[in-house]
Design a protein around this ligand. Structure first.
Ligand SMILES: NC(=O)c1ccc[n+]([C@@H]2O[C@H](COP(=O)([O-])OP(=O)(O)OC[C@H]3O[C@@H](n4cnc5c(N)ncnc54)[C@H](OP(=O)(O)O)[C@@H]3O)[C@@H](O)[C@H]2O)c1
Length: 284
């Protein structure tokens, strides 16, 4: 039995598909009764648990031999991960696959790298087998601004440099392999796409998909931070986001990791194809 936390999220949703395709026995976790009913209607075993509820977390881990854990980027993410690690230990889980972020290590100097590293070290000390999934920026992030692209014919660029975007479906496939295949314990998988693209290149790809000229509008760190806080994000998380984004103009977010091609039987998905598949969202 594999318990999947974050099962309705950007990684979790395609992970359920990937695990089902492998015939895995799984239990999806959500804190939302409506989503729980939806998962059950789709044939999944599903349970309710909040990352703040240790008893519910332990029940969600019962009889599971493996657990997948991802939390949203949130001010409480370290505590939430610690709660799930403790619950999994208590339930006798043997192997946890945890998704964190590219560059997370005890040497990290950036807030997200430090936060993720703290959770990674906790898992390593737990006595469970562990596998770390460490992705870079998700292609799916661009869907957050699909309406602006469709209505304003503008791509809002809060990075200002090339990024080796990764498709969350590739993250999910690697995770499914780590949860069901052999030889993944003790491994940390840094995940990127196969090419680095900057704002101009993304706008050009969007132009091909939509048939319109898509302009690039630079978004400053201050504007980006204010928008995230206005949407309800905690100030510490918004600050960590702009701190990370500031690496792009320095060229530090464009590195390519060969992990996807090495572990899966196909190359990393490409941004052009992702945009084409989501054509309707960008056309409005
Ligand atoms: N986006 C990026 O570009 C990027 C890049 C690198 C790393 N990351 C890292 O990836 C992680 C986010 O992954 P993701 O996008 O797959 O996650 P996500 O979609 O933001 O969230 C995953 C799920 O967590 C559940 N959740 C939220 N609060 C909860 C709570 N209190 N208790 C229980 N469940 C809760 C939600 O499910 P329910 O609503 O069903 O409960 C949600 O669907 C973060 O750690 C981030 O730092 C992101």
């Amino acid at each position: 039995m594999i318990t999947v936390f974050g099962a309705t999220g950007t990684i979790g949703a395609p992970l359920l598909d990937a695990l089902r395709a492998k015939g895995a026995n799984l239990r999806a976790v959500t804190r939302d009764p409506g989503k729980c009913a939806e998962l059950k209607a789709r044939g999944y075993e599903a349970v309710l648990a909040d990352f703040d509820d240790p008893d519910a977390l332990q029940r969600a881990c019962e009889k599971a031999d493996k657990v997948f854990l991802v939390t949203p980027a949130h001010a409480d993410m370290r505590q939430w991960k610690a709660n799930v690690i403790a619950a999994a230990q208590g339930a006798g889980v043997g192997h946890m696959v945890m998704s964190t972020g590219l560059g997370a290590s005890p040497k990290a100097r950036l807030t997200f790298g430090i936060w993720h590293s703290e959770s990674q070290e906790l898992l390593k000390q737990s006595g469970m087998d562990w596998t770390l999934i460490q992705p870079t920026y998700f292609m799916q992030n661009i869907l957050w601004q699909a309406d602006t692209i469709a209505s304003g014919k503008v791509y809002l660029d809060d990075l200002g440099g090339a990024v080796s975007w990764v498709d969350a479906r590739d993250i999910a496939e690697i995770t499914a392999e780590a949860l069901t295949g052999e030889g993944h314990a003790g491994k940390a998988y840094g995940l990127t796409g196969a090419e680095a693209l900057d704002g101009e290149q993304i706008a050009a790809l969007l132009g091909k998909v939509t048939g319109h000229n898509i302009a690039v509008q630079a978004v400053s760190a201050e504007q980006s931070r204010a928008a995230m806080e206005a949407s309800g994000m905690d100030g510490s998380v918004a600050a960590a986001m702009v701190e990370l984004a500031a690496l792009a103009p320095k060229g530090y977010l464009g590195g390519i990791e060969p992990t996807i091609e090495n572990v899966l039987a196909h190359p990393a998905r490409r941004f052009a194809d992702f945009l084409q598949e989501n054509e309707a969202a960008f056309k409005g």
